[in-house]
Design a protein around this ligand. Structure first.
Ligand code: UFG
Length: 330
């Protein structure tokens, strides 16, 4: 198939391109390289352009006849979305709308959207199904929810069919360490912990130890990026065989506390680092774990890497390679 991958130079998008390329698909990556990297694109043609550029999008859709579009390009830092909501509504919502409009105008009828567990806000129950009320508590989650809403409405008035995948906590890297999280200002727990283990950060802050959880720290459902990519491949097969629009959670269905993750990082890396207990970070739900029964049942998703140690080990190998290559200490 001829497939457009927006954000294909970024962390998750580049893993998608890897898998699509390995399966022999014809790929065009569309990325403005604001947080992505050219050398993360292992297959296909890279078009460096912005989704705000409707002219560039239109030219590309006229040049190429896409069978499907996978939309990863987005800003993802929750704190930043609170400080600068316009940036998030513009890039995550308005630019997504430009892309969806191009699909409708050029008769591309299959669309896969990177959504997020942040659409749920602070859910009442720990195990979150797709029917849990969506009450985002920050502009990041709201901007993603707005795209889901737009897709719902647009799919009713056009031939477009979509799958929205609501990601829980994506982590880990390519087992061959060809690609991984390259973002220098990463805020995610596993990446920050590994950079502390490498000595690139003085310490890791544990944000809150007084939550109503067994050890007082927050619980999250960490999913290996390659399992998430498998979910996309299944979604693509599903839409290709005529499936209608659907929304699926992507998580393993069980979680780990911040302390458990930090302990596992120390064990896997064999390095100690300072983990300092600090106050809560605003907007963190105590526990967020996917009920992923729908995607297992409807798409037959069977994760292969439901193992925190594997997730951390692949990310650790990647981080070591990344910082060695840049001449930093390891
Ligand atoms: N944490 C720390 N110290 C850190 C970083 C994180 O204690 O330095 C804690 C957080 O407080 C949280 C947990 O580790 O309890 C996980 O935090 P992350 O920042 O790694 O991830 P989030 O759960 O905040 O965010 C993830 C996705 C977002 C998505 C959100 C949905 O990365 O894109 O889930 O709630 F919006």
């Amino acid at each position: 198939m001829k497939i457009l991958v927006t954000g294909g130079a970024g962390y998750i998008g580049s893993h998608m391109v890897k898998t699509l390329g390995e399966k022999g698909h014809d790929i065009v990556v569309y990325d403005n390289i604001s947080t992505g990297h050219k050398d993360s694109v292992l297959y296909g043609r890279l078009v460096i352009a912005d989704l705000a550029d409707i002219g560039a999008l239109d030219r590309l859709f006229r040049e190429e006849s896409f069978d499907a579009v996978l939309h990863f390009a987005a800003h993802i830092v929750v704190d930043e979305s609170v400080e600068n909501p316009i940036k998030y509504y513009k890039n995550n919502f308005s630019n997504a709308l430009n892309l969806i409009e191009a699909c409708v105008r050029h008769n591309v009828d299959k669309f896969i959207f990177s959504s997020t567990a942040a659409v749920y806000g602070i859910p009442e129950k720990d195990s979150v199904s797709e029917d849990t009320p969506m009450l985002p508590i920050n502009p990041y989650g709201a901007s993603k929810l707005m795209v889901e809403q737009a897709l719902k409405d647009i799919s009713r008035s056009s031939a477009l069919r979509y799958v929205s995948l609501r990601y829980f906590n994506v982590a880990g890297a390519d087992p061959l360490s060809r690609i991984g999280q390259k973002y220098m200002d990463a805020t995610h727990l596993i990446t920050v912990s590994l950079r502390a283990a490498l000595g690139l950060r003085d310490q890791l802050n544990i944000f809150g130890t007084d939550y109503d959880t067994p050890d007082g720290t927050c619980i999250r459902d960490y999913i290996h990026v390659d399992d998430l990519i498998d979910a996309h491949m299944l979604a693509l097969d599903y839409l290709s065989s005529g499936g209608g629009s659907r929304v699926f959670n992507c998580g393993y269905g069980h979680g780990y506390s911040v302390r458990e993750v930090v302990d596992k990082v120390k064990e896997v890396t064999g390095r100690d680092f300072k983990a300092i207990e600090t106050g809560r970070r605003e907007g963190d739900p105590p526990s967020l774990v996917a009920d992923s029964s729908r995607i297992k049942k409807e798409l037959g998703w069977r994760p292969s890497h439901d193992d925190l140690e594997y997730i951390i080990r692949t990310a650790w190998e990647w981080e070591k390679k990344l910082f060695n290559a840049q001449g930093s200490q390891t």
